[in-house]
Design a binder for this molecule. Structure first.
Ligand code: FAD
Length: 371
């Protein structure tokens, strides 16, 4: 890294949001210093090559968008393959296609052959078990899809995700449960989808090529020195941490990844297999090579995902956007408005679950207004 005396922008976080900002600011002639407390760039989309396979270190990342402009934008930095996400659910010794579609229904009910059969079956179940005013997630899910789909494909998985039985979870967590009456296993409805050939890290490398980058550098531990060198700040860390948790901590759900190299060429035949029964402690197994169709390699790498509770210091993955936390976030946002030289962005800075395409759009919007 070449350290110069003065930067126009300090960008805290070398994730996708920070990297898009750095790239666009560089194009406008601004000099940026990008720091990250981790020992690598890329934030949560970081991929690392192991045994010839690009491993998604912080969980499976599939790029999907309906926005042609964003699709073209990301394609400047890498070629994308034609991966289509078609997860499979394993419940005990049964396998089902996801999202819920005709392949799922015909397997669940041997007397279902046509879309009309499936609609009739689901409606029958919904009608029979309907609860007028659902008071918890279990009742809500049964109202939406009936007890069979709920028991086999939702109950255990959701309880593991949230760390509580569905009966103890509020109904609003599930607003809709899309069902498809076609034989279509494509998980996303978006027009554009794929995985970058060669992984995500190269994208961030290219985006950061015009900036100075400092890794293993925590903003809070080096604040005074960093601020003395930079006129303005783009902060993509946790907004509550920035304000020293003065109103209390915003809540997250975390995930623990257990990654293993296996001496077999094909472990599960699919990139994503969800384990929907409660008794299996992980929610899914990712087999990374299938994102890239590398079935010719003799080894494979799998990651089991264990959802976990979060406390300060753990890796924050999913914001818990319930009323309590959203109100708390609004209070931090009021403080943020009083910091004229700091822009808070990205999933931690804005306390929002963002897909990658949303993050790019949001970063581009931010930089558009900077002259
Ligand atoms: P991050 O990637 O989190 O980057 C923030 C960076 O800031 C981090 O590197 C962090 O180390 C750094 N930082 C924080 N605090 C400090 C500090 N004090 N000092 C220095 N550095 C700091 N999106 C999709 O489109 N498709 C998917 O399939 C998909 N799958 C996902 C799976 C999981 C498990 C998760 C959690 C998310 C998934 N996403 C997916 C969302 C995607 O990860 C995000 O949209 C994207 O990574 C957000 O980028 P970001 O720059 O806002 O945040």
């Amino acid at each position: 890294m070449v350290v110069i005396d003065m930067y126009d922008y300090l960008i805290v976080g070398a994730g996708l949001y920070g990297a898009v900002c750095a790239y666009e600011l560089n194009k406008k002639g601004f000099k940026c210093l990008v720091i990250d407390k981790r020992n690598h760039i890329g934030g949560n989309i970081y991929t690392e090559k192991v045994e010839g396979i690009n491993v998604h270190k912080y969980g499976a990342h599939i790029f999907h968008t309906d926005n042609k402009f964003i699709w073209d934008y990301i394609n400047q930095f890498a070629e994308f393959n034609n991966y289509i996400n078609q997860p499979v659910a394993r419940y005990k010794n049964e396998l089902y296609n996801l999202p819920f579609n005709m392949n799922t229904f015909t397997k669940l009910w041997p007397d279902v052959f046509t879309p009309l059969d499936a609609q009739r079956k689901i409606e029958e179940e919904k009608y029979k078990y309907r609860i007028a005013e659902p008071k918890n997630l279990e009742e809500q899910a049964i109202n939406l899809v009936g007890p069979t789909i709920y028991e086999k494909l939702i109950k255990g998985y959701t309880a593991k995700q949230w760390g509580r039985p569905c009966k103890e979870l509020p109904p609003f967590i599930i607003k809709r449960l899309p069902v498809r009456f076609t034989f279509d296993n494509n998980y996303f409805n978006d027009r554009y989808q794929g995985i970058p050939v060669g992984g995500y890290t190269q994208i961030i490398e290219k985006m950061l090529s015009g900036a100075d980058v400092k890794l293993n550098c925590d903003f809070f531990a080096n604040k005074n020195e960093l601020l003395s060198k930079c006129k303005r700040v783009i902060f993509t860390g946790q907004i509550d941490e920035y304000f020293n948790y003065c109103f209390g901590a915003l809540e997250y759900r975390s995930v623990r990844f257990e990654t293993e190299v296996l001496n077999c060429s094909n472990y599960q035949g699919n990139a994503v297999v969800n384990y929907t029964e409660y008794e299996i402690p992980f929610t899914r197994i990712i087999e990374h090579k299938h994102f890239e169709f590398k079935t010719n390699l003799s080894k494979t790498i799998i990651s089991r995902e264990y959802p976990s509770a979060w406390s300060i210091g753990d890796e924050p993955y999913y914001p818990v956007n319930d009323d309590k936390n959203n109100i708390l976030y609004q209070r931090y946002l009021e403080l943020a408005k009083k910091e004229p030289n700091v822009i808070f962005g990205g999933r931690l800075g804005q306390y929002k679950y963002y897909d990658m395409d949303d993050v790019i759009l949001s970063a581009l919007e931010t930089i558009k207004n900077i002259v």
